[in-house]
Design a binder for this molecule. Structure first.
Ligand code: AKG
Length: 297
């Protein structure tokens, strides 16, 4: 019998989001068409070959990683917008922000002989942030078949409900899935990269989404400056930070950063973006001032 966190690629957005929230993770089998996977693999292959091994206990000395993936692969740009990742991200994270954003893009190759990574929760990168809701959603795209032997991501179901991080005393569930499948896991879910006991590397691509008001892990504007982001789909450009949230978060000289991409004639700077409640409060305050001034005159 199939595990309850595994769904087919015919799943509805709602069912996928519910599965993810129930278990802290969900696997969409064969989320990519074979042709799309082949193109993605080809685009990333040379970058994996050139990438250096990481340093340190956490990243692992027998693991290769690289970021700035959207500049290296057009297919990867489409993955960010893929409905299986983006819709649950919007449904879950969108409850706590005006708009969500891309947290990082990271390609990961685990070499044969690698030990399991330390179990962790990705949301702990924002040390000390006490937010009651979810802060992050990761989409791990399997570029190779993920197996128990070759280092499939390990996930601890239900750990997204724990108030704090503890090293689990049980085995994690291996996200076993064919290449082209997707493992979604919340930033609050304990997981790690598995040990690779096979004789071939295991490649995966992580696209991570987070609340729009957090500092993203991968600096989006230096990774994708305006001359690069201009060629991205407008929705993708928004996700990497070319947007302004109410009232003025993320502005450039009082204007929305998207104007750096598309507008030859800039709009006026420092234009209010207020909620109806804020407008009503300011109007009331101004009426009070006028009444006071007319009495004093
Ligand atoms: O490679 C994987 O399967 C997961 C890696 C991971 O969780 C991480 O590096 O934070």
């Amino acid at each position: 019998m199939s595990e309850p966190w595994i769904v087919e690629n015919t799943v509805s957005d709602q069912e996928l989001t519910d599965t993810l929230q129930e278990h802290g993770f969900a696997i969409v089998r064969e989320a990519l068409a074979p042709e799309q996977l082949a193109l993605l693999y080809d685009e990333l292959d040379q970058h994996f070959a050139q990438a250096e091994y990481c340093e340190g206990l956490f990243y692992g000395k027998t693991t290769k990683r690289f970021g700035r993936v959207l500049s290296k692969s057009q297919q990867a740009q489409q993955l960010v917008l893929n409905r299986f990742a983006l819709q649950p991200a919007r449904a879950i994270l969108g409850q706590s922000c005006e708009d969500i954003q891309l947290n990082l893009t990271q390609a990961i190759e685990i070499s044969p002989g690698s030990l399991s990574q330390a179990p962790h929760r990705d949301q702990d990168i924002w040390l000390g942030a006490a937010h009651p809701g979810e802060m992050m959603l990761n989409a791990m795209w399997a570029l190779d078949d993920f197996t128990r032997e070759n280092g499939a991501t390990l996930v601890w179901p239900g750990t997204h409900r724990r108030p704090d991080m503890q090293i689990p005393d049980t085995d994690g569930v291996a996200a076993v899935m064919p290449a082209g499948s997707l493992c979604l896991f919340l930033g609050s879910t304990i997981h790690n990269g598995g040990a690779n006991w096979s004789d071939r590397p295991r490649r995966g691509l992580v696209m991570s989404y987070c609340l729009g008001w957090l500092k993203p892990c991968e600096n989006p504007w230096l990774s994708y400056p305006p001359e690069v982001a201009r060629d991205f789909a407008p929705e993708l450009a928004r996700l990497i930070g070319y947007r302004q949230d109410c009232p003025s978060l993320n502005n450039v000289d009082g204007r929305c950063p998207s104007e750096l991409l598309y507008r030859e004639q800039p709009r006026p700077a420092f234009v209010d973006k207020l909620s109806e409640e804020q407008i009503a409060m300011i109007e009331q305050f101004n009426e009070m001032q006028l009444a006071y001034n007319s009495k004093a005159a």
